[in-house]
Ligand binder design. Structure first.
Ligand SMILES: [Zn+2]
Length: 270
């Protein structure tokens, strides 16, 4: 846990072991550098705003403390450890619980928004782990054993487990994808429920037929599916052809009758 950088210069009046975490290095600035400052500040604040807009601030990238501590590989700030010792087990437990209650707002993340998402956003949290000296010395594996408790959790874990966020960003990616899939399924089901059915055969319209009746609301027989529409058109054509044939036959018959009548009259005159 201790990753202090010994060669960091200490400011006068600061206690030994003090590590400034979030302040700028105090160095005299050249005039040219001072001129650049407002522009540089604007650029930094724009970048920070971009990161915030992206959701889940990657604080490790723009604080001073990454220069002192190595990247944790986890969301949130540098972890803190409290080691309790002395008195009885019950008293140590009570002190740990009191600490937990007092600083809950710093270590507890916030729930990610969204239906069906139960993951926690730890990007603005300080992970705090506690242990007892007696617990470390009693454990066969010492500090490498399951002797650490992350505040906000009940179980004792190894330090690596305690610092991990199984309910954090990693799970969020999975749950967000599941939520997106469920949303798509709901939308597809809602769309399917609205899909028109053929008034003749009862079949559901194809996407193409559905699009066609939406784009051409004045077209005839909008209640028919594509095959029924084709069938209907063929039927109409066949009926028209039959009617035409019948009319032609009738006309022919009439003409022949007329001719026979003419021949009869002529015959009688002859
Ligand atoms: Zn049909």
């Amino acid at each position: 846990m201790s990753c202090s950088q010994e060669d960091q210069e200490r400011e006068s009046g600061e206690p030994a072991g003090w590590q400034p975490v979030c302040k700028r290095p105090r160095k005299p600035k050249a005039k040219a550098a001072k001129k650049k400052e407002p522009r540089e500040q604007r650029r930094r604040s724009q970048e920070a705003a971009k990161r915030r807009a992206f959701g889940g601030v990657k604080v490790h990238d723009f604080r001073l403390w990454p220069r002192i501590y190595p990247a944790t590989g986890h969301e949130g700030y540098v972890p803190l450890t409290f080691v309790f010792t002395g008195k009885t087990v019950a008293q140590r437990e009570s002190r740990m619980r009191r600490l937990e209650q007092a600083i809950r707002c710093y270590f507890a993340g916030t729930l990610y928004a969204g239906g069906g998402i139960t993951t926690v956003d730890y990007n603005q949290s300080v992970p705090v782990v506690v242990t007892e000296l007696e617990r470390i010395t009693a454990d066969r594996d010492g500090a490498a054993g399951k002797v650490w408790r992350r505040l906000g959790r009940d179980e004792w874990q190894t330090l690596i487990e305690a610092l991990d966020n199984p309910d954090g960003d990693r799970l969020y990616v999975v749950q967000a994808e599941q939520a997106r899939r469920r949303q798509k399924e709901r939308e597809a089901a809602a769309r399917e429920a609205k899909r028109p059915m053929c008034g003749r055969c009862g079949a559901k319209f194809t996407d193409e037929r559905w699009r066609s009746i939406r784009h051409y609301p004045a077209q005839q027989h909008r209640e028919l599916c594509d095959p029924c529409l084709t069938e209907h058109r063929e039927q109409v054509q066949a009926e028209q052809a039959a009617r035409r044939q019948a009319e032609e036959a009738a006309a022919r018959e009439a003409a022949e009758a007329e001719a026979r009548k003419g021949r009869g009259l002529f015959g009688r005159r002859g």
